[in-house]
Design a protein around this ligand. Sequence first.
Ligand SMILES: [Fe+2]
Length: 321
Amino acid sequence: MSALTTFSSLSSSQTGLIEPADRALFSDVNVRPFCYRHRLALELPLTLPDIAALNDRLPDGDAFKGWQNGVTQIEDGWRTRPSERLTLADTIAGIETNHSLVVLKHIEQDSVVGPALRNLLQEIFDYSSSRFRKDVVLGECLVFLNSPGRKTAYHFDLEASFLLQIAGTKTVHAWPCGDPQVVAESEVEAYCGAGNLSAAVYKPDLQKLAQTYLLEPGDGVHFPSLGPHWVQNGDTVSISINVNYDLRSLHGSLRPILALNHRLEKLGLRPRRPGASLLSDKAKATAWTVARNAKTLARRVIARRRNGEGYPVWMPEHRIG
Ligand SMILES: [Fe+2]
């Protein structure tokens, strides 16, 4: 399917960024991966100079910018450094040939691209099931810039995410969430408990269980929380937007419980697993959140001293109906 075919197949008089015929698919958010069509690439036809300008407007620091240089494999972790580290500006300028990945975060707050992305965050939220909407705490948009042919290693995320292709192509391999043969409990515990963001273990013999999607500009795919995926970029530079939602059930409950369990196990204790006791789960989630909030507050004070003020966060508008 060419980009032109994709765009011409979109409803010409549509309002909103998601193709009307595909909006019903969003009732399956966080149940299974699915693909859909969108017109974000028409609304925000981002180019390399746009990404360079966006990088200049964003604050510096790991909270806003990440990049990885060199060829990566499916099994590699996020901290893999396959080649000498370039500066971010040089990575963006030479993306066609330097085999790199660039991630710019919190771009829904940007003065130029932010308005369309905040509409997108609210639109996807509105189409999603009421169960999902009740679970959403906040949302964020990122832009991914990839060199031709580069792989994004196998991983899962705690966030429910939506990838929207703007330029170039990608082949995406996505597995459903909740299958213990695909993602073992120990992998989730390592991710949430020990904070190992590369805890997902690629299992080649389970590749056949993946859904495979070819994304062209105007196509999108949904990755459920904890649903693993890996990506093969096409033969030109790829630009895509990623929409993430943090969830009460995972960010506010499962993760704090597993994080506290991890600490208790390091002290030689044998804490109850999540789900074994509702009372114990609630107490752990509260204890960990209180401890984390104290730490986060301290960090925010330091960040304010360094950057002048805190950064805004997108939260959903709960509409009736
Ligand atoms: Fe991901």
